[in-house]
Design a binder for this molecule. Structure first.
Ligand code: SF4
Length: 256
């Protein structure tokens, strides 16, 4: 699979290292662990470009400073939290993500990886939080990146080509405790979700309570428009609704 990060090299330390966009402690805002105090390590770089990306500075305009894995682990230890969330961007584009996850697990942390599901790696992952990207995520000239001014360039074609890797998706569901978290923009997304789920379930069982519908929106105002219908869809289909607790609490503030 094509894997690109486009992060400026800058000062890269020797040995395993990752480009870190931000590292902070907050409440997990999404999924089955929402509300759990967690340290978030947000890496820069992504192989996709969703128009609604809620971490614009890791994808459309990737920004981060390289940090050695050992130094990242030390920064995590400064907080009093048992859960660590490795997110991005797409953290699994970086080989050193494996080293970091293994080091965190060796120190007893519960690790969650937030991934778009296009890359599988063998690592110490306690919860794979997989968010497959639907066709409604694809940017177009009429649907440019929200909150930024980057031109879409050739990303409509690249995103559409790469947004689903069924083998990687099935392998993640097979190898890890997994939640499938779909960003839902409206009722019209459901047919694609059902179709994708059927393809995954040809190879691996995914219980309905591990299928999560999450309203699209990175501000309280936008969530107020989308959450009602997504809650209805979760009830109708027997899937789980997940809030975006961090948006409810802190709107679109950074480091939340
Ligand atoms: S996959 Fe995630 S990080 Fe990458 S562009 Fe989409 S929302 Fe942003």
């Amino acid at each position: 699979m094509p894997v690109t990060s486009h992060v400026e090299e800058g000062e890269r330390p020797e040995g395993p290292a990752l480009p870190v966009n931000e590292l902070f402690c907050s409440l997990q805002g999404e999924g089955i662990l929402n509300g759990v105090p967690s340290v978030f390590i947000r890496t820069a770089g992504c192989n996709l470009r969703c128009w609604f990306c809620d971490s614009y500075h890791t994808s459309w305009e990737p920004t981060g400073a390289w940090d050695a894995v050992d130094a990242i682990v030390e920064r995590v230890a400064e907080y009093d939290a048992e859960h660590v969330v490795l997110t991005g961007g797409e953290p699994l584009i970086h080989e050193s993500a494996v080293h970091l996850l293994d080091e965190l697990a060796a120190r007893g942390y519960h690790t969650t990886v937030e991934t778009n599901g296009t890359i599988h790696r063998e690592a110490s992952i306690d919860l794979a939080s997989v968010s497959p990207k639907l066709s409604s995520s694809t940017p177009t000239p009429e649907r440019p990146p929200a909150g930024g001014d980057e031109p879409v360039g050739d990303w409509p074609e690249r995103h559409e080509r790469d947004r689903i890797d069924i083998d990687a998706l099935r392998a993640l569901c097979r190898d890890y405790d997994t939640q499938l978290k779909f960003v839902v923009t409206g009722r019209e997304d459901m047919a694609e979700i059902e179709s994708l789920l059927a393809r995954v379930r040809e190879a691996v069982a995914v219980p309905d309570d591990r299928v999560l519908l999450m309203p699209e929106g990175t501000t309280r105002e936008r969530l107020a428009e989308t959450r009602g219908v997504v809650a209805e869809l979760a009830l109708e289909h027997g899937y789980r609704y997940t809030p975006r607790l961090h948006v409810d609490l802190w709107n679109d503030a950074p480091e939340t």
